[in-house]
Design a binder for this molecule. Structure first.
Ligand code: ZN
Ligand code: ZN
Length: 271
């Protein structure tokens, strides 16, 4: 790996239900890799907050006690922010508001892993439910999230395709969603928010970034300036993976900088 990994702003530690390594192991590995800008963004799945198998109250609180001191401890070695991947924020607004007023996040990725009333795209059987119908619901809810506006970047725009196309091999005619995708982008831009390129798709069956260059270019053409890159690593081995490739992609799409967030404000890093 000789290319520089400027940033990795989306990854998970053992403070997420599916994360493997302790937060400090993740930070140490990020330092080892020479990552300059880093954020741990453990899951906060609003609609699953009171889940019996994985209740979120305690790990979210633990993160608030562990992460800020880590940022301080490694401040000479890496620029790090206290992030969160806020899932399904509109599905319980009082709870979302309580969380956002209780914790002082530097950086919030807004994600949608399951449409309102449905299970995670990763758990659905696409021989039994219409993938197309769900894609419609998905983009409508993303648009509502963009209108709500209380996060910084929209996580993995094409997340459902990781499972629908990547895992289940079902082709989706994405052209018909282009108008709503453009509306989502325009709304994010108007509200001072951005998007991320999530590199995880490059190491999964779908074989491309989430979203891929086509959508990143459209976002840019519509005036999008705020772009972050994250590996969505759930273990130290995946940290920084695909970032160098996605920086090239961002440049081809017309970007000359990426955003890093501190205290919910973007700082632009030249690429
Ligand atoms: Zn996610
Ligand atoms: Zn994630």
């Amino acid at each position: 790996m000789d290319e520089k990994i400027i940033m990795d702003l989306h990854n998970h530690s053992a403070l997420s239900p599916d994360g493997k390594n302790e937060p400090e192991e993740m930070v140490r590995r990020a330092v080892e890799l020479g990552i300059e800008y880093y954020s741990l963004t453990d899951h906060l799945e609003i609609n699953k907050f009171y889940d019996e198998e994985y209740p979120y109250e305690e790990p979210v609180k633990r993160a608030s006690l562990i992460i800020p001191p880590l940022i301080e401890k490694y401040s000479g070695k890496i620029k790090m922010s206290y992030g969160v991947e806020l899932g399904q924020p509109l599905q319980d607004m009082p709870l979302t508001n309580r969380m956002l007023s209780s914790y002082k996040y530097d950086f919030i990725i807004g994600s949608l892993h399951m449409c309102n009333g449905w299970e995670d795209f990763y758990l659905l059987d696409y021989t039994k439910v219409s993938a197309d119908m769900l894609m419609g619901l998905y983009f409508e809810e993303l648009l509502e999230m963009a209108r709500w506006g209380e996060f910084d970047v929209l996580g993995h725009l094409t997340y459902p395709l990781r499972y629908i196309t990547g895992e289940s091999g079902i082709a989706i005619d994405m052209e018909k969603y282009l108008p709503i995708i453009k509306e989502i982008f325009s709304t994010l831009i108007k509200n001072g928010m951005g998007i991320e390129i999530n590199t995880s798709g490059l190491r999964q069956k779908i074989g491309k970034a989430l979203p891929d260059e086509y959508y990143v270019s459209i976002y840019r053409q519509l005036g999008g300036k705020i772009l972050t890159i994250g590996s969505d690593a759930h273990c130290t081995e995946d940290l920084g993976k695909g970032v160098a490739e996605c920086i090239k992609m961002a440049k081809r799409a017309g970007f000359d900088s990426l955003a890093f967030y501190k205290n919910r404000k973007p700082e632009f890093i030249k690429i």
